[in-house]
Design a protein around this ligand. Structure first.
Ligand code: F6P
Length: 365
């Protein structure tokens, strides 16, 4: 897709995929820049593609009065979001799968919008790019996910806020661990990448961090913990990512009633092995969605403001099928297909892994 021209001076914005802290800050920046700088109207599409499938389409106009500075602080997304119900393979109530992409495109057209800004992760970028291709919709993506696994951007909105929550949790676990001579296992989110686990492990002084990118050996983990005890440590902290594989090669997940399979519970399996092999009493905390809720940290507010306002500049310039990124401290953009459906794990020779090793964190390898 090439360039396009604004005809109605109206743009749409939606949030898609799992929520995270900082989405409202991005919505605020988009609205602010579009109205104040370019005199555009901004339509917030509610509940992502699900809103486009409803009749009438669910939306609300975003104005300078609605997006006050409170949006910088507010968790979640005022536009609601969905992380299921792909319009190209929509699960119908009777159990069948239907392509409803034409309905979503018609829904978008009904709003008379020049372009769409979608704040979402890799999966959302893929689906929205497909929809934009099919419906000839000028589209710009803005990166968000606590997992921080998006290609091309150093940071995605929501990641640092999740790390802050995990660090605070670990800080609270360590004194109680020390009081009872226990080993605490903190299971954090991140799907198939270990960004939250490793960053929070470094930030909280964890003894062991287990991440999906590094296959680990529980014998080595237990030997490391025994060594700590032998040197006089009266407690230990293990941070593990929800998507790590056990030595059997299996991840731990749970099939929910809606048919989706989600990670969760690997911390308990790790705790059992540690208790058995080291004799240490263990306790497990699964942090879960607490990492996604709450007020964004300052970094995410600033990131969301930079990326959101850059997205509007691209729309105004008539550029489409781009994805906004933060690279080397600067907001920029790349072709959408470099990001859509792609993920980025931790590099073994990258800064975070190296830093963890430098301060003696055991990664189980
Ligand atoms: O991708 C973001 C994420 O929060 C993952 O870290 C986690 O595994 C998943 O979403 C949880 O999704 P849901 O909101 O469907 O429980």
């Amino acid at each position: 897709m090439g360039d396009f021209k604004l005809r109605h001076n109206r743009i749409g914005v939606l949030t898609s995929g799992g929520d995270c802290a900082g989405l409202n800050a991005a919505i605020r920046a988009i609205t602010y820049r579009a109205i104040q700088e370019y005199g555009l109207s901004v339509i917030g599409i509610l509940a992502s593609t699900a809103g486009l499938l409803e009749r009438p389409v669910r939306y609300r106009e975003l104005t300078m009065e609605t997006v006050g500075s409170g949006y910088l602080r507010e968790g979640g997304t005022v536009l609601e979001t969905v992380n299921k119900g792909n319009p190209f393979a929509y699960p119908m109530p009777d159990g069948t799968i239907k392509d409803r992409s034409n309905e979503a495109i018609e829904g978008f057209r009904a709003l008379n919008l020049d372009a769409l800004i979608g704040i979402g992760g890799d999966g959302s970028a893929r689906i929205l790019a497909q929809l934009a291709d099919k419906g000839d919709i000028p589209f710009i993506g803005v990166p968000k996910t606590i997992d921080n696994d998006l290609a091309e951007t150093d940071f995605a909105i929501g990641y640092m806020s999740a790390v802050e929550v995990a660090v605070e949790a670990a800080d609270r676990l360590q004194p109680t661990a020390a009081s009872h001579r226990r080993t605490m296992i903190l299971e954090v989110m991140g799907r198939d990448v270990g960004w939250i686990a490793l960053s929070s492990g470094i930030g909280s002084g964890a003894d062991v961090v287990l991440i999906p990118e590094i296959p680990f050996d529980m014998d080595k983990v237990c030997a490391h913990l025994r060594g700590l005890h032998a040197r006089g440590a009266n407690h230990a902290l293990v941070v593990c990512s929800e998507g790590v594989k056990l030595s059997s090669g299996e991840t731990v997940s749970h099939a929910f009633a809606d048919g989706e399979v989600r990670y969760g519970g690997v911390g308990a399996a790790i705790a059992d092995i540690i208790a058995r092999e080291t004799g240490s009493e263990t306790r497990v905390t699964v942090l879960g969605h607490i990492q996604r809720g709450g007020s964004p940290c300052a970094f995410d507010r600033i990131l969301a403001t930079s990326l959101g306002s850059h997205a509007v500049d691209l729309v105004k310039r008539g550029q489409t099928h781009r994805y906004v990124v933060m690279k080397d401290g600067k907001a920029g953009d790349v072709p959408l297909d470099q990001v859509a459906g792609k993920t980025r794990g931790l590099k073994l020779d990258g800064q975070l892994v190296q830093t963890a090793r430098r301060v003696g964190i055991c990664l189980g390898d």
